[in-house]
Design a protein around this ligand. Structure first.
Ligand code: NAD
Length: 480
């Protein structure tokens, strides 16, 4: 693995124009292991010119040729799956087994899905015979910006660049400064497979500097952003007066509603996963577990027992099920929320403290934590913690469960456990979220719309929605 990475602009690798560098930490070791460019507006300006130059040829080569490049890129990543998985694990602190099973295969899948989706899409025609015929053309937007977070680094990076490139746009992308390594490795493969220069440009650095410069650049016509709600608001403030297209995938505080008639064992195993996968750092994790009172005590005992079985350790160890959280600051933020929970009257049933596993004693670990006894409207139950911390709470009626579930400002995902069809229909309609998983969690079909309501975002990604976002519709009306 490199000890310094570079920006990828116009098909070549460059140091940042200002020659400033940032340290990149390995969260499980708590130490710096490489340097990354601290890029700024000058690098953005250079990348935009390269992207503009590349755009006409990329747009005009047609879907099949573009598809060919993306499929080649997918194959190249797949061939190096293990190398990518190790890099993702070191860079983010997540278990190697998870990166190998989920992050990298899903990144490959993103590339393949959009590479082939564009071969099967079509536009609409509206006949009003004998007077006129209308039809819709869909053209790429032009140069677009893709900004992604640290929790699922290559997975969410490709989730954005794949549809953007497939539909004929040229891209200026910025991965999180906390996890830039696999995006950098992807640019090495772009060079290797001969992706035309300037089609994809990847800049590294902090959000407030190079990220903000991407959002501010007048020639970047659309911004696809995934990250925190506060950052989304900042980006919207800059982009709105420039009339940029915006897709915002933001934070969550997702409820899990468990009814007594669920398939208990499956619910229990899945709820452990939906609470603690990736150290609880998935925007889709269920962090507020609401349980029908008749099974609350049973669930509590079983859930604590299963949570305490989770192996927290060095992410590169094959047995590890939970790794380090992303940074020291994030570890502190999570532990401060645990403290707040006790101040708000909560009882820590398990976890609630930092951990120092063998061979990773200096890393940033938090024990999987379960808290009970909190009111649904307290801060711990309202604010996004984004770590391995969940609250459990009993409810008596469906109405009460729904009240608790919908009480937050967020609306990304909900999880519902019941076998009652009528209840399923009532609640899937009434839950305020962009996604409802019924008797499952994190099952994904890339054709489905993905995104949140309320403060969890604006717009949808996935399938046709992403293709729509990265293209402009033009209506043509012909008088007959
Ligand atoms: P973040 O908002 O701090 O950063 C996300 C990205 O935006 C990073 O690349 C960062 O450098 C950049 N950025 C920061 N400030 C910027 C600015 N002013 N202008 C432009 N870019 C800027 O988020 P994070 O801490 O990296 O990620 C965690 C958050 O992401 C959580 O809130 C989580 O819920 C959310 N998330 C949402 C989804 C979803 O699909 N809705 C998926 C994953 C994560």
């Amino acid at each position: 693995m490199k000890n310094a990475i570079q920006n990828y602009i116009g098909g070549s690798f460059y140091n940042p124009a200002n020659e400033l560098w940032l340290p990149n930490y390995a969260p499980a070791q708590g130490e710096v292991y490489c340097q990354i460019p601290d890029s700024d507006a000058e690098d953005v300006a250079k990348a935009v010119v390269m992207a503009q130059n590349a755009f006409p040829a990329w747009r005009d080569m047609g879907a099949e040729a573009r598809s060919g490049y993306l499929l080649k890129l997918a194959d190249a990543v797949e061939k190096k799956l293990e190398e990518f998985a190790v890099a993702e694990s070191i860079d983010s602190g997540k278990p190697l087994s998870l990166a190998r099973r989920m992050d990298i295969p899903r990144a490959v899948h993103n590339l393949r899905f959009f590479a082939t989706a564009i071969l099967h899409t079509h536009t609409e025609a509206h006949e009003a015979l004998p007077a006129m015929l209308n039809y819709t053309l869909r053209a790429p937007v032009g140069v677009v910006g893709c900004i992604s977070p640290w929790n699922l680094p290559l997975y969410l990076f490709t989730w954005k660049i794949a549809p953007a490139l497939a539909t004929g746009n040229c891209v200026i992308a910025k991965p999180s400064e906390l996890t830039p390594m696999t995006a950098y490795m992807l640019t090495e493969l772009c060079a290797e497979i001969g992706l035309p220069a300037g089609v994809l440009n990847v800049l590294h650095g902090v959000g407030g500097k190079v990220g903000a410069s991407i959002v501010e650049h007048p020639d970047i016509k659309a911004i696809s952003f995934t990250g925190g709600t506060a950052t989304g608001a900042t980006i919207a403030r800059t982009a709105a007066p420039m009339f940029k297209k915006l897709s915002l995938e933001l934070g969550g505080k997702n409820p899990v509603l468990i009814f007594a008639d669920c398939v208990y064992e499956e619910m229990l195993a899945t709820t452990v996963r939906s609470s603690f996968t990736n150290q609880g750092q998935i925007c889709l994790c269920g962090s507020r577990i609401l349980v029908e009172r008749s099974i609350y005590e049973r669930f509590k005992v079983d859930f604590i027992r299963e949570t305490e079985k989770i192996v927290v350790g060095n992410p590169l160890d094959e047995n590890t099920q939970m790794g380090a959280v992303i940074s020291e600051a994030h570890q502190q933020k999570i532990l401060n929320y645990v403290k707040l929970a006790t101040e708000e009257g909560g009882t820590i049933l398990t976890g609630g403290k930092a951990m120092y596993p063998k061979d990773a004693e200096k890393g940033w670990f938090v024990a999987p934590t379960v808290i009970e006894g909190l009111a649904y409207d307290c801060r711990t139950n309202q604010e996004e913690i984004f770590g391995p911390v969940v609250t459990i709470q009993p409810f008596d009626t469906e109405e009460e469960a729904l009240l608790y579930a919908n009480s937050v400002r967020y609306g990304l995902a909900s999880v519902l456990w019941t076998q009652n069809l009528a209840r399923t229909q009532r609640l899937t309609q009434a839950l305020e979220s962009g996604i409802v998983w019924v008797n499952c969690w994190l099952m994904r079909d890339l054709r489905t719309p993905f995104g949140g309501v309320k403060d969890s975002g604006v717009g949808r990604e996935g399938g046709w929605e992403a293709i729509r976002f990265f293209t402009e519709a033009k209506n043509v009306c012909i008088k007959l």
